[in-house]
Design a protein around this ligand. Structure first.
Ligand code: NAP
Length: 534
C-alpha cells in the first residue's frame, strides 16, 4: 500500500493559524509538505466561526503572528478586538504573502493516519481518496473545531433552518422579523445574541449556565498604543511570552484577602474598565486558587449584571453562580446583558426547566413549548481532543489514539505522544492551549517542533518518539497543577464535562505560558530529554 502513496516529508492537518505557520517553517527547510484542510478555504476557527458578532477576545496587537517583523509593521488592525472578517483577511494575507496556498488541499478531511513500523512513515488518508506517505505528521487541528450539539433529540426534525455557530454558512443569513431560538450562552452565544436580537422579531435564549461576562469596551484601535507597540514590538512579544496567559499584564503581588473591601473594589473596577479577559483574574495572586478570594471578584461581576439588567428577576437568572469565576472560560461582550432589556428578548433558565426535545416547530421543555422559525445552536465544541480523536490515528503495534486516550489524553508537553513516533500535536492537551493566547502558543509549538526536526536530521536519525515515562510524568504534572487551582470545580470543557461520556480530566496546562516555555526550552537544551531518536 505504502509504495503507491505520494511520498512527502511532512503532512500537516489543518490550515488555520497553526497549520499555515507549520507549513511555512517546514518549507523553509526545503521539506516537501502538504496541508489538508476540511474547509473550503484556509483560516481554521476563523473560517468556520463566522456567526454574527464573531470576534477575538485577545487584543488584535497580541493576536497576530510575530515571525514576520515586516508584516507586524505593515498590517493595520482597525479595532481593539478584531472581528472574524478582519482576522480571516489577515490569515489570507499572510498565506498570500508567503505563497502558502499552493501546498494546501482544501475541502479535504483527513480520516486516517497510521504509522507503518516497517518504513517508519505515516500513511495518511483523506475523504477525497488521497493516500500519502510522510516522515512527519503534524496535527494542527485546533482545540475547538469539532462542534458539539445539544444532547436532546429532534434537531433533525426541526422544520426551519438551524445553524451551529461553529459551522456558520458563508452566505448571508437573514433572521429579520423571525421567531428565533438560541441554545447556549458561552463566548459564541454571548457574542452572537446582541446581533441576532437586532434582526429577530422575537428572540428566546436558552441558558443552562450563566457565564461571567466582562465588557470588552471594543472600538477603533488606539493609534497611539499601536505606534508605541510597533516601535517596541520585540519587547512587547517578549513580555507576552513571559506572562501567564500569553498576554502581558501587570503581575499581582497581593492576595485578595489582604486588601480592604475598598481596595478590592478599586482593583476590580480598574480591571473591568480595562476591558480585558484577564485583567480581573490577575488583579490578585490567589483568585484562581482560593474560593473565598475568588468570591470577591465573582460578586463584583454579579453587581455589574444587576446594574446593567433592568428586570431584577432576569438579572438574577443571568448572575453567574455555582462555580468559581474563571474556571469556565469568561467571555468578553459588547452589549450582551443590555440585550435582555429589549422587550422582544426572552431568557429561559434551563436550571428551572429542562429541554426535552427539539420538535418540528421548536423546543419543548419540561415547562413549555416554544415555537421558532429558526434556531441557532451555540453549544460549543468537543474541545482539545475532539479533532484528534475524530481521525483514526494508529501508532506502533496498531495501538489507536482513541484506545490510548480512553481515560483522558496523555502527552509529553502537549506536543507528542509515546507510541506515536514523528507525530506532533500543535497546542495539544497538556499544553497551555485554550488557557493562552493561541497564536502565541501556536508559534512556540511550531518553532519547537521545527527545531526538533532539525535535531533529528542533525543526528542522522529519522524517527523521534516521546518516552512513556516522560509522558506519564508530564501528564501527572499537568493534572497536579490543575488540582492546585479551582479549575476542577467547574463543569467546563477544560475538563471534558460538556461532552457526555468523555473522561473527566483537566486537559490544558495551567502552569502559565512562561513556565511552560521554560520547560520546553530546558527539554531541548538537555538534548531533547524525554525523547528517543532512532
Ligand atoms: P462553550 O463555551 O462550550 O459554550 C457552550 C454553551 O452551550 C454553554 O452555555 C453550555 O452550557 C451550553 N450548552 C451545551 N450543551 C447544552 C445543552 N445540551 N443544552 C443547553 N445548553 C447547552 O462554547 P462556545 O461559546 O462556542 O465557546 C467555546 C470556546 O471557543 C470559548 O470558550 C473560547 O475559548 C472560544 N471562543 C472564543 C471567542 C473569542 O475569542 N471571542 C468567541 C467564541 C468562542 P454549560 O455551560 O452548562 O455547559
Amino acid at each position: 500500500m505504502a509504495s503507491a502513496a505520494e511520498e512527502l516529508d511532512a503532512v500537516v492537518v489543518g490550515a488555520g493559524f497553526a497549520g499555515l505557520y507549520m507549513l511555512h517553517r517546514l518549507r523553509e527547510k526545503g521539506l516537501s509538505v502538504k496541508v489538508f484542510e476540511a474547509g473550503a478555504d484556509i483560516g481554521g476557527t476563523w473560517y468556520w466561526n463566522r456567526y454574527p458578532g464573531a470576534r477575538c477576545d485577545v487584543e488584535s496587537m497580541d493576536y497576530s503572528y510575530s515571525f514576520d517583523p515586516e508584516l507586524e509593521q505593515e498590517w493595520e488592525w482597525t479595532e481593539k478586538y478584531a472581528g472574524q472578517p478582519e482576522i480571516l483577511a489577515y490569515i489570507r494575507h499572510v498565506a498570500d504573502r508567503h505563497d502558502l496556498r499552493k501546498d494546501v488541499v482544501l475541502r479535504t478531511k483527513v480520516t486516517q493516519a497510521s504509522f507503518d513500523e516497517d518504513t517508519s512513515r505515516w500513511i495518511v488518508r483523506t475523504d477525497q481518496g488521497h493516500e500519502v506517505s510522510a516522515q512527519y505528521c503534524v496535527m494542527a487541528t485546533g482545540c475547538l473545531s469539532v462542534p458539539k450539539f445539544p444532547e436532546v433529540p429532534g434537531l433533525d426534525r426541526f422544520s426551519g433552518p438551524w445553524y451551529h455557530t461553529g459551522l456558520w454558512p458563508e452566505g448571508p443569513v437573514d433572521f429579520s422579523g423571525q421567531r428565533l431560538g438560541v441554545i447556549g450562552t458561552g463566548s459564541s452565544g454571548i457574542q452572537a445574541i446582541p446581533h441576532l436580537a437586532e434582526q429577530a422579531g422575537e428572540l428566546t435564549v436558552f441558558q443552562r449556565t450563566p457565564n461571567f461576562v466582562l465588557s470588552a469596551f471594543n472600538g477603533p484601535i488606539d493609534q497611539e498604543r499601536v505606534a508605541d507597540i510597533k516601535a517596541n514590538y520585540r519587547q512587547a512579544r517578549e513580555a507576552a511570552r513571559n506572562s501567564i496567559f500569553g498576554i502581558a499584564v501587570d503581575m499581582p503581588t497581593q492576595s485578595a484577602l489582604e486588601a480592604t473591601e475598598q481596595e478590592r473594589q478599586a482593583a476590580y473596577q480598574k480591571g473591568w474598565d480595562r476591558g480585558h479577559l484577564n485583567a480581573i483574574i490577575q488583579a490578585y495572586t490567589d483568585l484562581i486558587f482560593n474560593e473565598e478570594s475568588n468570591e470577591t471578584a465573582a460578586e463584583f461581576i454579579r453587581a455589574q449584571v444587576r446594574d446593567k439588567v433592568d428586570d431584577p428577576a432576569t438579572a438574577a437568572k443571568l448572575e453567574p453562580r455555582g462555580y468559581p469565576f474563571g474556571t469556565k472560560r469568561p467571555c468578553l461582550d459588547t452589549g450582551y446583558y443590555e440585550t435582555y432589556n429589549l422587550g422582544h428578548v426572552h431568557l429561559v433558565d434551563l436550571r428551572e426547566e429542562e429541554i426535552l426535545e427539539i420538535t418540528e416547530t421548536g423546543v419543548r421543555t419540561t415547562a413549555s413549548e416554544y415555537e421558532f422559525d429558526s434556531l441557532v445552536i451555540a453549544t460549543g465544541f468537543d474541545a482539545m481532543t475532539g479533532a484528534l480523536l475524530d481521525i483514526d490515528i494508529t501508532g506502533k503495534a496498531d495501538q489507536s489514539l482513541r484506545q490510548k486516550w480512553q481515560d483522558g489524553p496523555g502527552t509529553y508537553l502537549g506536543l507528542a505522544v509515546s507510541g506515536f513516533p514523528n507525530l506532533f500535536t500543535i497546542t495539544g492537551p497538556g499544553s497551555p492551549s485554550v488557557l493562552s493566547n493561541m497564536v502565541l502558543s501556536i508559534e512556540q509549538h511550531v518553532d519547537w517542533i521545527s527545531d526538533l526536526i532539525d535535531h533529528v536530521a542533525a543526528n542522522g536519525r529519522s524517527v523521534v518518539e516521546a518516552v512513556d515515562t516522560a509522558e506519564k510524568e508530564w501528564t501527572d504534572h499537568v493534572r497536579a497543577v490543575g488540582d492546585m487551582t479551582l479549575f476542577p470545580k467547574a463543569d467546563s470543557y477544560y475538563i471534558g464535562a460538556n461532552v457526555p461520556g468523555k473522561a473527566r480530566v483537566f486537559m490544558p496546562y495551567v502552569g502559565g505560558v512562561v513556565g511552560y516555555r521554560q520547560k520546553c526550552d530546558e527539554v531541548a537544551g538537555n538534548g531533547y530529554e524525554g525523547f528517543e531518536l532512532h
